[in-house]
Design a protein around this ligand. Structure first.
Ligand SMILES: Cc1ncc(COP(=O)(O)O)c(C=O)c1O
Length: 455
């Protein structure tokens, strides 16, 4: 296909996700054709710094022939066999390796192909587990305001973004919301002390469990650093308190690490960074650095235990879950993590990344820079002193009308998002170093300065 064909065919036949298709009636669909390290290139040869690792995915960066070769080798040896009653070496080796890397007795791996499936599988597991344990009334899931946990019906019911649900209602019942850990927007009575705020936010989970009836609650879902809303890190002690609350009421704690696992926070798992032991970790994205799709959940021994005897069966499965090519790709990806010490690179450079982004706080539009590891949100405000945010119209003009295109045109892939308050999010490949942070800062500085002039 020629360049023109690609553009026209995209407009005629491709349906882009979470995208106003009408916006491409008057402009080109961006077509990305190749990648190299932390950069991607479009069909006109223009280079972009991939400041979002695609979609929080490309941990090892682009153009890794070693991973591509592992995929080719596996495809020629055994392209496909299901995990329904059978096993294959790549899935076995990867399960073994993940059990080794995961904290505590998180030793059992159930593969999926995506994050939504992982989230939904964990909910199904929690329900089935409690039925086997003789507590059949536990089915509800608690998650945090604005938190994104996926789009399939079950995962959408766990998701805390009210605006993306109405088109698909009714959703499976049982989704319950509690506050997130956005300290920048903390209620007044806990806005002076981060730890107090964390205790309050965790205790809101307890209050929700009591309100709903503990015997009806199956699981609490938390991300180590909440993505949606703009990278909310946990206050000190927050997760320890959430763990205590879950234990007190016999509720499973699910750490949704679809974004935060595999180095995003400088550790294989976010739970490790923040020192808590969840009952289930859900993962996807970075496990393969995107060279092939894969997701899954890692489950503690005691949650698996009731499924080990007699006729007990987890009646759940997905044709392509744990696909041999994806599993081989994940193993090659994890080899690169070790050989190049990608976690070490994040830990060594995260302070520099943060400091570089924090330079932007001298701009009138930048309210706060927050996050951890290689995962930051920059909240944009109308008034720094009062933290006044933009109204819906202004936000629309600022983000969709200007920033999203302008940042991309300036050579930076990142996310300008207003699902909570307006934020710009950055999550570059883990191979990035100071030169890339500087490049990000320069593009953001110029573009945000222009955005402020236009408001
Ligand atoms: C925390 C979290 N959970 C689940 C998902 C859903 O993953 P997927 O898009 O692979 O279904 C995402 C996607 O961004 C996510 O960030």
């Amino acid at each position: 296909m020629t360049e023109i064909d690609l553009q026209q065919a995209a407009k005629d036949h491709l349906w882009l996700h979470f995208t106003r298709m009408s916006s491409y009636e008057t402009s080109d669909v961006p077509v990305i054709v190749r990648g190299e390290g932390p950069y991607v290139y479009d069909d006109k040869g223009k280079r972009y710094l991939d400041g979002l690792a695609g979609l929080f995915v490309s941990m090892a960066g682009h153009g890794r022939t070693k991973i591509a070769e592992a995929a080719a080798k596996q495809a020629s040896e055994l392209a496909y066999f299901p995990l329904w009653s059978y096993a294959h070496p790549a899935a076995i080796k990867l399960a073994d390796r993940l059990a080794d890397l995961a904290p505590g007795d998180l030793n059992r791996v159930f593969f999926t192909t995506s994050g939504s499936e992982a989230v939904e599988s964990a909910w199904k597991l929690a329900k089935a587990y409690f039925k086997l344990k003789g507590e059949p009334t536990r089915y509800k899931v608690i998650s945090r305001d604005l938190a994104y946990h996926g789009t399939s019906m079950g995962a959408l019911a766990v998701t805390g973004l009210a605006d993306i649900k109405p088109d698909f209602e009714p959703l499976p019942p049982g989704g319950v919301r509690v506050p997130n850990t956005n300290f920048y927007r903390a209620p007044d009575f806990v806005s002076q002390d981060l730890e107090q705020f964390g205790i309050w936010a965790a205790d809101e989970i307890e209050r929700a469990i009591l309100r709903e009836g503990p015997q009806t609650v199956a699981a609490v879902y938390v991300e180590p650093v909440q993505n949606s809303g703009g990278c909310f890190p946990p206050p000190p002690g927050y997760f320890q308190r959430v763990r205590e609350i879950c234990d007190r009421y016999g509720v499973l704690m699910v750490s949704d690490e679809v974004i935060c696992a595999f180095g995003r926070l400088g550790h294989y798992f976010g739970a490790e960074r923040y020192g808590y032991l969840p009952d289930v970790i859900t993962f996807a994205k970075g496990v393969t650095s995107g060279y092939s799709p894969l997701g899954g959940m890692i489950v503690r021994d005691e949650i698996m235990e009731p499924f080990r005897s007699g006729t007990a069966t987890f009646l759940h499965g997905i044709t392509f879950a744990g696909h041999p090519v994806s599993a081989a790709v994940a193993l090659a990806n994890l080899d690169i993590f070790e050989e190049e010490d990608l976690l070490g690179n994040v830990r060594k450079n995260e302070a520099g990344f943060r400091a570089t982004l924090e330079k932007l706080t001298d701009l009138p539009i930048v309210g706060e820079v927050r996050g951890a590891g290689y995962f930051y949100g920059i909240e944009l405000v109308k008034d720094k002193a009062t933290k006044e945010t933009f109204d819906d119209d202004e936000s629309e003009r600022l983000l969709r009308g200007f920033l999203s295109h302008a940042l991309f045109d300036a050579g930076l892939v990142c996310r300008a998002d207003d699902r909570g308050d307006p934020v710009i999010q950055l999550a570059p490949p883990l191979i990035c170093t100071q030169e890339h942070f500087d490049e990000i800062e320069q593009i953001l500085r110029a573009t945000l300065t222009e955005a402020w002039k236009r408001m």
